[in-house]
Design a protein around this ligand. Structure first.
Ligand code: MG
Length: 383
């Protein structure tokens, strides 16, 4: 088990659940960051008493500094503080921020050889080659928190060092609009899109689940994390979300990881790995479930998933452009400035207009992120 942690994105859904797990396991929280929810961040800082708290926004940090003036907790702001938060306080950082903002602090923590409990999938989607290469060089462990990747990680662990993998079988619930035609969901509201049938998550990832972009991001994440090609990953729709993913080996045997759909389980495993610790959670009640079902993904009804799979094959900056454009498009949708069906339209147009091939540098990725965001902000009214 890790000795202490820092948590990037501590006020988000995974962040708060991580802190609950850490408290239950008695793991000290040395540093934490938040985004805009300063009130919650203050409460969490008082509850966990870290050495350092940071907020990206400078004004919000000033406000927090005043609120925490009666404590010894240091307060910082900006990317430098977020990077310090990841590097300087604990040997394990949980990256639970949403979006590509996680990339730089994650790389910095890797340089320190820290364990990365990775909940921020955009980090690998944008900079997968660079992150994994750096982690190999520095000997930093990347332990996934995303439930599917935790499942695959556990199935691969069970096999030991000998690699005889044929396919990764990446499962997904299909989201709240499974089976619906594109025309039927074009104008759904943010409230409808964030109401996920199986998982309780933050707004951005809930919308990504509804468009199936989340499964697309996970496809790319899996490709980098487990060094496989797009052809070695199969997506399987499994609405009950009891199997969290599987690994098919060359002899035709398949290992699956099962559990109730609660993020506390993969979070706990990322913190206790390679050990397992007690938890208050029960295994699924199989006889009550009766059966588990599986379907082929319907790519013609899920253009975001199809696009992400195409970006995975294209390489270059395609995934970084897609992810940044998607972040902006989802933010506009949540503000009711873009309709649900237009998310995939504008993200696809952005990718096919802006993505570059070749092996991207960090600079090229940063640039791709900027131009993609600008494209969406300048063009969304046309959709
Ligand atoms: Mg997931």
């Amino acid at each position: 088990m890790v000795g202490s942690i820092s948590v990037l994105g501590s006020t988000g859904s995974v962040g708060v659940q991580t802190l609950d797990v850490a408290e239950r396991l008695g793991i000290p929280v040395k540093a934490m960051s938040g985004n805009r929810n300063i009130k919650l961040l203050e409460q969490l800082a008082r509850r966990f008493n870290p050495e350092f708290v940071c907020v990206y926004d400078e004004d919000a940090a000033k406000q927090l500094k005043i609120s925490l003036a009666d404590t010894d907790i240091k307060v910082g702001s900006g990317m430098a503080a977020l990077t310090d938060c990841a590097c300087c306080y604990a040997a394990c950082v949980v990256t639970a921020v949403s979006g590509s903002v996680g990339l730089i602090p994650t790389l910095a923590a890797i340089d320190e050889g820290h364990r990365i409990a990775l909940a921020n999938k955009e980090t690998l989607v944008c900079g997968g080659e660079i992150v994994m290469q750096r982690a190999r060089e520095k000997g930093a462990q990347i332990v996934p928190v995303d439930s599917e990747h935790s499942a695959i990680f556990q199935c691969l662990e069970a096999q030991g060092s000998e690699r005889a993998l044929r396919h990764i079988l990446l499962t997904g619930s299909g989201g709240p609009f499974r089976g619906k035609l594109l025309e039927e969901t074009r104008n759904v509201t943010p409230a409808m899109a964030v109401a996920h049938p199986k998982w309780n998550m933050g707004a951005k990832i809930s919308v990504d689940s509804a468009t199936m972009m989340n499964k697309g991001l996970e496809f790319i994440e899996a490709m980098h994390l487990f060094s496989v090609t797009p052809d070695e990953i199969k997506v399987i729709i499994h609405p009950e979300s009891i199997i969290h993913s599987m690994v098919e080996y060359t002899d035709g045997c398949v290992l699956a990881q099962l559990g109730i759909p609660d993020m506390a389980l993969p979070i706990q495993y990322a913190l206790t790995y390679p050990e397992r610790m007690d938890s208050p959670y029960s295994a699924p009640d199989f006889t009550a479930l009766g059966k588990l079902s599986f379907f082929e993904p319907e790519l013609e009804k899920t253009p975001c998933l199809a696009l992400a799979m195409d970006c995975a094959r294209r390489g270059g900056t395609a995934s970084a452009v897609m992810s940044a454009a998607n972040e902006e498009a989802v933010a506009l949708f949540l503000k009711e400035k873009l309709c649900f069906g237009a998310i995939s339209d504008i993200v696809a147009d952005c990718v096919y207009e802006l993505a570059l091939s070749g092996t991207p540098t960090l600079e090229a990725l940063r640039n791709a992120d900027d131009v993609a965001r600008r494209f969406v902000k300048e063009n969304f009214r046309k959709y």
